[in-house]
Write a protein of this length. Structure first.
Length: 471
Protein backbone atom coordinates (compact mmCIF):
# COMPACT_ATOMS: atom_id res chain seq x y z
CA UNK A 1 0.00 0.00 0.00
CA UNK A 2 1.38 3.35 -0.98
CA UNK A 3 1.71 5.67 1.94
CA UNK A 4 3.23 9.10 1.64
CA UNK A 5 2.95 9.43 5.38
CA UNK A 6 2.72 5.95 6.80
CA UNK A 7 5.75 5.68 9.08
CA UNK A 8 6.48 8.27 11.71
CA UNK A 9 9.95 9.38 12.83
CA UNK A 10 10.75 9.54 16.55
CA UNK A 11 9.25 12.16 17.68
CA UNK A 12 6.93 12.18 19.53
CA UNK A 13 3.53 13.18 19.69
CA UNK A 14 0.62 13.81 21.73
CA UNK A 15 -2.95 12.72 22.13
CA UNK A 16 -5.66 14.91 23.52
CA UNK A 17 -9.20 15.95 22.79
CA UNK A 18 -10.28 19.32 24.07
CA UNK A 19 -13.08 20.34 21.75
CA UNK A 20 -15.36 21.73 24.43
CA UNK A 21 -15.33 23.32 27.87
CA UNK A 22 -13.73 21.22 30.59
CA UNK A 23 -14.97 21.39 34.17
CA UNK A 24 -12.79 21.16 37.26
CA UNK A 25 -12.92 17.36 37.18
CA UNK A 26 -11.66 17.18 33.64
CA UNK A 27 -15.05 16.30 32.11
CA UNK A 28 -16.19 17.76 28.83
CA UNK A 29 -19.48 19.57 28.55
CA UNK A 30 -21.21 21.77 26.01
CA UNK A 31 -21.32 25.06 27.85
CA UNK A 32 -20.05 26.88 24.80
CA UNK A 33 -23.24 26.02 22.93
CA UNK A 34 -21.16 24.53 20.10
CA UNK A 35 -22.93 23.68 16.90
CA UNK A 36 -22.78 20.21 15.43
CA UNK A 37 -22.67 18.96 11.87
CA UNK A 38 -25.83 18.92 9.78
CA UNK A 39 -24.08 16.37 7.55
CA UNK A 40 -21.55 13.61 8.33
CA UNK A 41 -17.87 14.52 8.33
CA UNK A 42 -15.72 12.32 6.07
CA UNK A 43 -12.08 11.71 6.99
CA UNK A 44 -9.61 9.14 5.61
CA UNK A 45 -8.20 6.14 7.45
CA UNK A 46 -6.56 2.80 6.73
CA UNK A 47 -8.70 -0.20 7.68
CA UNK A 48 -5.69 -2.45 7.09
CA UNK A 49 -3.72 -0.70 9.85
CA UNK A 50 -6.44 -1.12 12.48
CA UNK A 51 -7.32 1.27 15.28
CA UNK A 52 -5.14 -0.02 18.09
CA UNK A 53 -3.14 3.13 18.92
CA UNK A 54 -0.03 1.15 19.85
CA UNK A 55 0.25 -1.18 16.85
CA UNK A 56 -0.87 0.88 13.85
CA UNK A 57 1.76 2.86 11.96
CA UNK A 58 -0.32 5.04 9.67
CA UNK A 59 -0.44 8.78 10.28
CA UNK A 60 -3.99 9.06 8.94
CA UNK A 61 -5.08 6.60 11.66
CA UNK A 62 -3.19 8.37 14.43
CA UNK A 63 -5.26 11.47 13.69
CA UNK A 64 -8.34 9.50 14.75
CA UNK A 65 -7.00 8.19 18.06
CA UNK A 66 -7.91 11.24 20.21
CA UNK A 67 -11.52 10.78 19.08
CA UNK A 68 -11.57 7.17 20.28
CA UNK A 69 -9.33 7.09 23.35
CA UNK A 70 -9.01 9.33 26.38
CA UNK A 71 -5.81 9.90 28.35
CA UNK A 72 -4.80 10.75 31.91
CA UNK A 73 -4.08 14.35 30.91
CA UNK A 74 -4.78 16.60 27.95
CA UNK A 75 -2.81 19.64 26.84
CA UNK A 76 -3.90 22.96 25.39
CA UNK A 77 -2.10 25.17 22.86
CA UNK A 78 0.39 26.22 25.53
CA UNK A 79 1.11 22.61 26.52
CA UNK A 80 -0.57 23.13 29.89
CA UNK A 81 -1.80 19.75 31.21
CA UNK A 82 -5.37 19.35 32.47
CA UNK A 83 -6.65 16.17 34.19
CA UNK A 84 -8.96 13.98 32.14
CA UNK A 85 -8.97 10.37 33.34
CA UNK A 86 -6.68 11.55 36.13
CA UNK A 87 -8.14 13.14 39.25
CA UNK A 88 -5.00 14.40 40.98
CA UNK A 89 -1.30 13.74 41.29
CA UNK A 90 1.50 13.99 43.83
CA UNK A 91 5.11 14.39 42.74
CA UNK A 92 8.16 13.68 44.89
CA UNK A 93 11.60 13.62 43.24
CA UNK A 94 11.39 10.95 40.52
CA UNK A 95 8.00 9.52 41.49
CA UNK A 96 4.71 10.79 40.11
CA UNK A 97 1.62 9.29 41.78
CA UNK A 98 -1.62 9.73 39.85
CA UNK A 99 -5.12 8.99 41.13
CA UNK A 100 -7.54 8.01 38.37
CA UNK A 101 -11.29 8.45 38.02
CA UNK A 102 -12.48 4.86 38.53
CA UNK A 103 -16.09 5.85 37.87
CA UNK A 104 -15.23 6.15 34.18
CA UNK A 105 -16.05 3.32 31.78
CA UNK A 106 -14.93 2.02 28.42
CA UNK A 107 -17.51 1.82 25.64
CA UNK A 108 -18.14 -1.84 26.52
CA UNK A 109 -19.30 -0.83 30.01
CA UNK A 110 -16.14 -2.04 31.73
CA UNK A 111 -14.76 0.26 34.45
CA UNK A 112 -11.34 1.80 33.79
CA UNK A 113 -8.79 0.48 36.30
CA UNK A 114 -5.17 1.16 37.24
CA UNK A 115 -4.29 -2.12 35.52
CA UNK A 116 -5.60 -0.67 32.25
CA UNK A 117 -3.37 2.38 32.74
CA UNK A 118 -0.29 0.23 33.39
CA UNK A 119 -1.05 -1.94 30.36
CA UNK A 120 -1.53 1.12 28.16
CA UNK A 121 1.69 2.72 29.40
CA UNK A 122 3.74 -0.39 28.67
CA UNK A 123 2.23 -0.71 25.20
CA UNK A 124 2.82 3.01 24.56
CA UNK A 125 6.49 2.75 25.59
CA UNK A 126 7.03 0.02 23.00
CA UNK A 127 5.17 1.78 20.18
CA UNK A 128 6.72 3.86 17.42
CA UNK A 129 4.39 6.79 17.82
CA UNK A 130 4.10 7.23 21.59
CA UNK A 131 7.39 5.73 22.76
CA UNK A 132 9.46 8.85 22.17
CA UNK A 133 6.87 10.99 23.94
CA UNK A 134 7.49 8.86 27.02
CA UNK A 135 11.27 8.83 26.79
CA UNK A 136 11.43 10.75 30.09
CA UNK A 137 9.11 8.32 31.95
CA UNK A 138 10.66 4.93 32.73
CA UNK A 139 8.05 2.82 34.57
CA UNK A 140 4.44 2.65 35.71
CA UNK A 141 3.03 0.39 38.44
CA UNK A 142 -0.26 0.01 40.29
CA UNK A 143 -0.30 1.45 43.83
CA UNK A 144 -3.93 0.85 44.79
CA UNK A 145 -7.38 0.33 43.32
CA UNK A 146 -7.43 3.96 42.13
CA UNK A 147 -3.77 5.02 41.89
CA UNK A 148 -0.71 4.39 39.72
CA UNK A 149 2.89 5.48 40.12
CA UNK A 150 5.16 6.70 37.33
CA UNK A 151 8.93 7.06 37.69
CA UNK A 152 10.70 9.69 35.60
CA UNK A 153 14.30 9.51 34.40
CA UNK A 154 15.11 12.80 36.15
CA UNK A 155 13.16 15.20 38.41
CA UNK A 156 10.58 16.86 36.19
CA UNK A 157 7.92 19.28 37.37
CA UNK A 158 6.32 19.27 33.91
CA UNK A 159 5.92 15.48 33.62
CA UNK A 160 2.09 15.51 33.69
CA UNK A 161 2.14 16.88 30.14
CA UNK A 162 3.78 13.63 28.99
CA UNK A 163 0.93 11.45 30.28
CA UNK A 164 -1.23 11.90 27.19
CA UNK A 165 -0.99 8.34 25.83
CA UNK A 166 -4.33 6.61 25.03
CA UNK A 167 -5.93 4.42 27.69
CA UNK A 168 -7.26 1.10 26.36
CA UNK A 169 -8.41 -2.07 28.16
CA UNK A 170 -5.82 -4.54 29.41
CA UNK A 171 -5.23 -7.17 26.70
CA UNK A 172 -6.89 -5.24 23.85
CA UNK A 173 -7.07 -6.48 20.25
CA UNK A 174 -6.87 -4.55 16.97
CA UNK A 175 -9.91 -2.42 17.80
CA UNK A 176 -9.93 -1.72 21.56
CA UNK A 177 -13.03 -0.58 23.43
CA UNK A 178 -13.20 3.21 23.44
CA UNK A 179 -12.40 5.43 26.42
CA UNK A 180 -13.00 8.61 24.38
CA UNK A 181 -16.06 10.42 23.01
CA UNK A 182 -16.61 8.15 19.97
CA UNK A 183 -16.88 4.44 19.19
CA UNK A 184 -15.98 2.70 15.95
CA UNK A 185 -18.27 0.59 13.78
CA UNK A 186 -17.20 -1.19 10.60
CA UNK A 187 -19.02 -0.45 7.33
CA UNK A 188 -18.62 -1.68 3.75
CA UNK A 189 -16.67 1.42 2.69
CA UNK A 190 -14.68 1.80 5.90
CA UNK A 191 -16.26 2.67 9.23
CA UNK A 192 -18.14 5.22 11.27
CA UNK A 193 -17.52 6.98 14.56
CA UNK A 194 -20.60 7.57 16.69
CA UNK A 195 -21.19 8.77 20.22
CA UNK A 196 -19.81 6.76 23.15
CA UNK A 197 -22.64 6.85 25.66
CA UNK A 198 -20.25 6.20 28.57
CA UNK A 199 -18.12 9.26 27.86
CA UNK A 200 -19.06 12.10 30.25
CA UNK A 201 -20.46 15.23 28.72
CA UNK A 202 -20.54 13.71 25.25
CA UNK A 203 -24.03 15.04 24.49
CA UNK A 204 -22.27 17.37 22.04
CA UNK A 205 -20.81 14.42 20.12
CA UNK A 206 -23.84 13.74 17.94
CA UNK A 207 -21.80 14.35 14.81
CA UNK A 208 -21.45 11.22 12.67
CA UNK A 209 -17.96 10.73 11.31
CA UNK A 210 -17.47 8.56 8.24
CA UNK A 211 -14.07 6.91 7.96
CA UNK A 212 -13.19 6.49 4.29
CA UNK A 213 -10.87 3.55 3.73
CA UNK A 214 -7.78 4.88 1.91
CA UNK A 215 -5.10 2.70 0.34
CA UNK A 216 -3.24 5.44 -1.51
CA UNK A 217 -2.56 8.60 0.50
CA UNK A 218 -1.26 10.39 -2.60
CA UNK A 219 -4.89 10.79 -3.68
CA UNK A 220 -6.04 12.67 -0.58
CA UNK A 221 -5.83 16.13 -2.12
CA UNK A 222 -7.99 14.95 -5.00
CA UNK A 223 -10.44 13.60 -2.43
CA UNK A 224 -10.83 17.14 -1.08
CA UNK A 225 -11.40 18.50 -4.58
CA UNK A 226 -14.11 16.02 -5.54
CA UNK A 227 -15.68 15.93 -2.07
CA UNK A 228 -15.07 12.34 -0.96
CA UNK A 229 -13.26 13.56 2.18
CA UNK A 230 -13.53 16.75 4.21
CA UNK A 231 -10.06 16.95 5.74
CA UNK A 232 -6.69 15.26 5.90
CA UNK A 233 -3.45 15.84 7.76
CA UNK A 234 0.12 16.02 6.51
CA UNK A 235 3.29 16.37 8.59
CA UNK A 236 5.32 16.89 5.40
CA UNK A 237 8.19 14.66 6.59
CA UNK A 238 9.95 14.89 3.22
CA UNK A 239 9.73 18.68 3.12
CA UNK A 240 7.18 18.76 0.33
CA UNK A 241 3.90 20.64 0.66
CA UNK A 242 0.83 19.91 -1.44
CA UNK A 243 -1.04 23.14 -2.00
CA UNK A 244 -4.58 23.10 -3.38
CA UNK A 245 -7.54 25.44 -3.34
CA UNK A 246 -8.80 24.45 0.11
CA UNK A 247 -8.74 25.65 3.67
CA UNK A 248 -5.61 25.03 5.74
CA UNK A 249 -4.75 25.11 9.44
CA UNK A 250 -1.26 24.63 10.83
CA UNK A 251 -0.59 22.04 13.54
CA UNK A 252 2.15 22.48 16.14
CA UNK A 253 4.43 19.41 15.97
CA UNK A 254 6.78 20.56 18.74
CA UNK A 255 9.65 19.76 16.36
CA UNK A 256 12.66 21.99 17.02
CA UNK A 257 14.69 22.82 13.90
CA UNK A 258 18.18 23.93 14.89
CA UNK A 259 21.65 24.70 13.57
CA UNK A 260 24.50 22.86 15.30
CA UNK A 261 28.25 23.42 15.00
CA UNK A 262 31.50 21.53 14.72
CA UNK A 263 33.20 22.99 17.76
CA UNK A 264 36.56 21.44 16.86
CA UNK A 265 37.27 24.26 14.37
CA UNK A 266 36.35 27.93 14.01
CA UNK A 267 33.00 27.32 15.67
CA UNK A 268 34.57 26.35 18.97
CA UNK A 269 34.55 30.13 19.44
CA UNK A 270 31.55 31.02 21.66
CA UNK A 271 31.41 34.58 20.37
CA UNK A 272 31.19 33.36 16.76
CA UNK A 273 28.32 31.03 17.63
CA UNK A 274 26.57 33.90 19.40
CA UNK A 275 27.13 36.13 16.38
CA UNK A 276 25.63 33.50 14.05
CA UNK A 277 22.57 33.22 16.32
CA UNK A 278 22.08 36.99 16.23
CA UNK A 279 22.83 37.61 12.56
CA UNK A 280 20.66 34.87 11.03
CA UNK A 281 17.19 36.02 9.99
CA UNK A 282 15.15 33.12 11.44
CA UNK A 283 11.87 34.45 10.06
CA UNK A 284 13.27 34.41 6.54
CA UNK A 285 14.58 30.87 7.05
CA UNK A 286 11.10 29.80 8.18
CA UNK A 287 9.24 31.53 5.36
CA UNK A 288 11.62 30.66 2.54
CA UNK A 289 13.04 27.37 3.78
CA UNK A 290 9.99 25.87 5.48
CA UNK A 291 7.35 27.74 3.45
CA UNK A 292 6.04 29.36 6.63
CA UNK A 293 4.97 26.07 8.27
CA UNK A 294 6.03 26.81 11.82
CA UNK A 295 7.13 29.56 14.18
CA UNK A 296 10.56 31.18 14.18
CA UNK A 297 12.27 31.07 17.57
CA UNK A 298 15.37 32.23 19.43
CA UNK A 299 14.76 29.90 22.38
CA UNK A 300 15.39 26.12 22.43
CA UNK A 301 11.90 25.27 23.70
CA UNK A 302 8.51 25.92 22.14
CA UNK A 303 7.66 29.64 22.35
CA UNK A 304 4.02 28.64 22.99
CA UNK A 305 4.97 26.80 26.20
CA UNK A 306 3.07 28.21 29.18
CA UNK A 307 6.19 28.08 31.40
CA UNK A 308 8.06 30.26 28.91
CA UNK A 309 5.49 33.03 28.86
CA UNK A 310 7.37 36.34 28.94
CA UNK A 311 10.79 34.78 28.37
CA UNK A 312 12.94 37.04 26.20
CA UNK A 313 16.19 36.32 24.39
CA UNK A 314 18.76 38.94 25.34
CA UNK A 315 21.37 39.13 22.60
CA UNK A 316 24.91 39.85 23.84
CA UNK A 317 25.68 42.12 20.86
CA UNK A 318 23.83 44.09 18.20
CA UNK A 319 23.00 42.68 14.78
CA UNK A 320 25.54 44.97 13.12
CA UNK A 321 28.25 43.95 15.60
CA UNK A 322 27.41 40.28 15.02
CA UNK A 323 27.67 40.62 11.25
CA UNK A 324 30.98 42.47 11.48
CA UNK A 325 32.41 39.78 13.75
CA UNK A 326 31.33 36.97 11.41
CA UNK A 327 32.88 38.75 8.42
CA UNK A 328 36.20 39.36 10.17
CA UNK A 329 36.42 35.87 11.71
CA UNK A 330 35.44 33.79 8.68
CA UNK A 331 37.15 35.89 6.01
CA UNK A 332 38.38 33.67 3.12
CA UNK A 333 36.90 30.56 4.79
CA UNK A 334 34.29 28.36 3.09
CA UNK A 335 31.62 27.17 5.52
CA UNK A 336 30.28 23.62 4.97
CA UNK A 337 26.59 23.20 5.84
CA UNK A 338 25.68 19.50 6.19
CA UNK A 339 22.14 18.15 5.79
CA UNK A 340 20.49 14.78 5.28
CA UNK A 341 19.03 14.02 1.87
CA UNK A 342 15.35 13.60 1.05
CA UNK A 343 13.98 16.74 2.67
CA UNK A 344 13.14 19.74 0.53
CA UNK A 345 12.53 22.09 3.46
CA UNK A 346 15.91 21.38 4.98
CA UNK A 347 17.68 21.87 1.66
CA UNK A 348 16.03 25.25 1.07
CA UNK A 349 16.82 26.30 4.65
CA UNK A 350 20.50 25.41 4.17
CA UNK A 351 20.58 27.36 0.90
CA UNK A 352 19.04 30.41 2.59
CA UNK A 353 21.64 30.22 5.37
CA UNK A 354 24.27 30.21 2.62
CA UNK A 355 22.61 33.24 1.03
CA UNK A 356 22.65 35.14 4.32
CA UNK A 357 26.33 34.30 4.83
CA UNK A 358 27.06 35.44 1.27
CA UNK A 359 25.59 38.84 2.11
CA UNK A 360 28.37 39.09 4.70
CA UNK A 361 31.01 38.11 2.15
CA UNK A 362 31.34 34.54 3.47
CA UNK A 363 31.53 31.60 1.07
CA UNK A 364 29.61 28.41 1.87
CA UNK A 365 28.62 25.10 0.36
CA UNK A 366 25.79 22.67 1.17
CA UNK A 367 26.71 18.99 1.50
CA UNK A 368 23.72 16.64 1.10
CA UNK A 369 24.23 13.10 2.41
CA UNK A 370 22.11 10.03 3.08
CA UNK A 371 21.74 9.05 6.73
CA UNK A 372 24.74 6.73 6.81
CA UNK A 373 27.09 9.23 5.18
CA UNK A 374 25.63 12.05 7.29
CA UNK A 375 26.43 10.17 10.51
CA UNK A 376 29.90 9.36 9.20
CA UNK A 377 30.54 13.03 8.40
CA UNK A 378 29.46 14.04 11.91
CA UNK A 379 31.70 11.42 13.49
CA UNK A 380 34.72 12.46 11.43
CA UNK A 381 34.12 16.20 11.72
CA UNK A 382 33.64 16.82 8.00
CA UNK A 383 31.29 19.76 8.46
CA UNK A 384 31.07 23.21 10.02
CA UNK A 385 27.32 23.36 10.63
CA UNK A 386 24.45 20.94 10.26
CA UNK A 387 20.69 21.40 10.35
CA UNK A 388 18.86 19.04 12.71
CA UNK A 389 15.29 18.47 13.77
CA UNK A 390 14.31 17.15 17.20
CA UNK A 391 10.86 16.05 18.40
CA UNK A 392 10.47 17.43 21.90
CA UNK A 393 8.20 15.75 24.42
CA UNK A 394 5.44 17.86 25.95
CA UNK A 395 7.60 18.69 28.97
CA UNK A 396 10.02 20.48 26.58
CA UNK A 397 12.97 18.25 27.42
CA UNK A 398 15.57 19.19 24.79
CA UNK A 399 18.49 18.34 27.12
CA UNK A 400 19.78 15.53 24.82
CA UNK A 401 20.74 18.21 22.28
CA UNK A 402 23.09 19.75 24.85
CA UNK A 403 25.46 16.78 25.08
CA UNK A 404 28.35 18.95 23.91
CA UNK A 405 28.01 21.34 26.88
CA UNK A 406 27.59 19.48 30.16
CA UNK A 407 27.10 22.62 32.23
CA UNK A 408 24.27 23.99 30.08
CA UNK A 409 22.76 20.50 29.92
CA UNK A 410 22.74 20.34 33.72
CA UNK A 411 21.06 23.75 33.80
CA UNK A 412 18.38 22.43 31.41
CA UNK A 413 17.68 19.56 33.80
CA UNK A 414 17.49 22.10 36.65
CA UNK A 415 14.87 24.02 34.68
CA UNK A 416 12.80 20.88 34.14
CA UNK A 417 13.07 20.07 37.85
CA UNK A 418 11.76 23.54 38.73
CA UNK A 419 15.06 24.61 40.28
CA UNK A 420 15.57 27.29 37.62
CA UNK A 421 13.16 29.32 35.51
CA UNK A 422 13.25 29.28 31.70
CA UNK A 423 14.52 32.89 31.85
CA UNK A 424 17.39 31.87 34.13
CA UNK A 425 18.23 28.97 31.86
CA UNK A 426 18.34 31.26 28.82
CA UNK A 427 21.14 33.30 30.43
CA UNK A 428 23.32 30.19 30.54
CA UNK A 429 22.24 29.00 27.09
CA UNK A 430 22.99 32.33 25.42
CA UNK A 431 26.38 32.60 27.16
CA UNK A 432 27.77 29.64 25.20
CA UNK A 433 25.14 29.18 22.41
CA UNK A 434 25.67 25.39 21.97
CA UNK A 435 23.32 25.49 18.96
CA UNK A 436 21.05 27.99 17.22
CA UNK A 437 17.27 27.44 17.38
CA UNK A 438 15.66 28.25 14.02
CA UNK A 439 11.98 27.37 14.28
CA UNK A 440 9.33 25.03 15.62
CA UNK A 441 8.10 23.11 12.59
CA UNK A 442 4.36 22.64 11.98
CA UNK A 443 2.21 20.24 9.98
CA UNK A 444 -0.98 21.18 8.18
CA UNK A 445 -4.64 20.13 8.02
CA UNK A 446 -6.13 20.68 4.58
CA UNK A 447 -9.92 20.87 4.67
CA UNK A 448 -12.89 21.43 2.42
CA UNK A 449 -14.25 24.95 2.17
CA UNK A 450 -17.70 23.54 2.93
CA UNK A 451 -16.68 23.22 6.59
CA UNK A 452 -18.15 26.32 8.13
CA UNK A 453 -17.23 25.87 11.79
CA UNK A 454 -13.50 26.41 11.52
CA UNK A 455 -10.66 23.92 12.02
CA UNK A 456 -8.70 24.62 15.21
CA UNK A 457 -6.01 21.99 15.87
CA UNK A 458 -4.11 21.49 19.11
CA UNK A 459 -0.44 20.45 19.26
CA UNK A 460 -0.13 17.15 17.38
CA UNK A 461 -3.95 16.83 17.36
CA UNK A 462 -5.16 17.95 13.95
CA UNK A 463 -8.83 17.07 14.48
CA UNK A 464 -9.17 18.49 18.00
CA UNK A 465 -12.41 20.44 17.43
CA UNK A 466 -13.92 18.13 14.80
CA UNK A 467 -17.45 18.20 16.32
CA UNK A 468 -17.60 21.91 15.41
CA UNK A 469 -16.82 21.30 11.74
CA UNK A 470 -20.48 21.65 10.79
CA UNK A 471 -21.27 21.64 7.07
Amino acid sequence: MKRAICLLFSIVFILSFCACHRDGKGNLDNKGGSEVSSKPINIPYSREEGLNPFTCRSLINYCIMPLLYDSLYKIDKSYYPTPSLAVSYEQVNLTFNVKIDTSRKFSNGQFITPEDVVYSFRAAKQSRYYGSMLRNVSTCVTLSEDEVQFVTTSPNTYAAADLIFPIIPDGSDDIPASSGPYIYKTTTDGGTLTRNKYYPGSDYATTTINLINTTDTSSLNMGLVIGTIDAWYDEMPTGESKRIASGAAQVDLNNLVYLAFNQANYFGNEKLRQAIAIALDKQQLLESGYEGYGQATNVPFNPQWYAADGVAWEAPMSVDEAKEYITSTLDKYTVTILITSGNGFRLKCAQRIGDQLAELGINSKVDVADRELFDEALENGRYDMYIGEYKMSNDMNFAPLLWIDEYVQARAFNMLAGAATPSEFMVDFTATQPFVPICIRYGVVSYAKSLQGGVEPLPNIPFANLPQWYK
